[in-house]
Design a binder for this molecule. Structure first.
Ligand SMILES: NC(=O)c1ccc[n+]([C@@H]2O[C@H](COP(=O)([O-])OP(=O)(O)OC[C@H]3O[C@@H](n4cnc5c(N)ncnc54)[C@H](OP(=O)(O)O)[C@@H]3O)[C@@H](O)[C@H]2O)c1
Length: 276
């Protein structure tokens, strides 16, 4: 039986993915940051399959949590076949985490970078493992602000979100070069009405309301991600970007190898203390 690890599995696309994988022949491990929502997710699983999941608490705003969650997961399983880097958010206000890193960059990208690096380093992601980064079409507006990665000057939520999403894709392309034995692809799940904008204080309900009116439902987004995964698994596809279920080129910017390498160096430096 294959093992899949899904981050951000307590809401929206991740929650639906957790259910889809739980109904298939997979052992499913979820990561969430909220105990109640973890409980709710586990309660939503078909009772016949309820011994085939586990869930771990981890806040991606804390780099220290990543190593801790890895230590727990690696006591439970010695190999993971599929990693879905899905947790994320859009943050209207600029906030630095305790690690002194802008929240969007850390939650959406850097914590996943760290988690994946630790899994690879410890060979828990086995050879031929598949990594799928849930990125976004918005990556097309993203550039890496190499001089001010935290976007402290003139913070703009869309710009920071786009930077985090293009970072996922560019790091994926880098990883491909360095780990020939694994597969890594990215997907835009569609415009999906979820709680993605729910971390924004008193205006959250309004933002979530309009996002839900405009977007399709979470099942639709999860099905897109699941179908892309089935396709890349079946056809051994590597290093591609999918817009919903269609393979497309990612932004021209994302293929820039010099910036990819600079992003890699910045990322390694930022996680250095938590990688050992
Ligand atoms: N919805 C869209 O239109 C859309 C479009 C393109 C790409 N995406 C991408 O799809 C992915 C899933 O988003 P979604 O739309 O399903 O949103 P969502 O419903 O808000 O789900 C996001 C998940 O990430 C978790 N998360 C957020 N901050 C976290 C943190 N600090 N530590 C750990 N977990 C954290 C959330 O936990 P809680 O349940 O505790 O909040 C939740 O489980 C994201 O990467 C997003 O960028 C979404």
């Amino acid at each position: 039986m294959k093992t899949v690890l899904i981050t951000g599995a307590t809401s929206g696309i991740g929650f639906e993915l957790f259910k889809i994988f739980s109904n298939e022949k997979y052992y499913v491990i979820g990561i969430g940051r909220n105990k109640q929502r973890i409980k709710k997710t586990l309660n939503s699983i078909n009772k016949n399959r309820e011994n085939l999941q586990s869930f771990y608490l981890c806040n991606f705003e804390k780099l220290e949590d990543i190593k801790k969650v890895f230590n727990k997961i690696s006591k439970e399983v010695n190999s993971i076949d599929i990693l879905i880097n899905n947790a994320g958010g859009i943050f209207v206000n600029n906030k630095l985490t305790k690690n002194n890193i802008e929240r969007t960059f850390q939650v959406n990208y850097l914590s996943h970078f760290l988690l994946t690096e630790i899994l690879l380093k410890n060979k828990i992601l086995n050879s031929k493992a598949h990594i799928l980064n849930v990125s976004s079409k918005v990556h097309g507006r993203g550039e890496i602000n190499l001089d001010d990665i935290n976007n402290l000057q003139n913070y703009n939520a869309v710009k920071s979100y786009a930077q985090s999403k293009v970072s996922q894709i560019m790091w994926g392309y880098c990883l491909l070069e360095k780990h020939k034995e694994i597969y890594i692809n990215s997907v835009h799940p569609g415009i999906i009405g979820t709680r993605l904008l729910s971390n924004n204080g008193f205006i959250s309900p309004i933002l979530v309301f309009f996002h839900k009116i405009y977007g399709k439902n979470a099942k639709y987004g999860a099905k897109n991600v699941f179908e892309v995964l089935k396709h890349v698994l079946k056809n051994n596809i590597n290093g591609k970007y999918f817009n919903e279920r269609n393979e497309e080129k990612s932004s021209d910017y994302s293929y820039n190898k010099i910036i990819q390498e600079k992003l890699l160096q910045i990322s390694k430096k930022l996680v250095k203390d938590n990688l050992e």
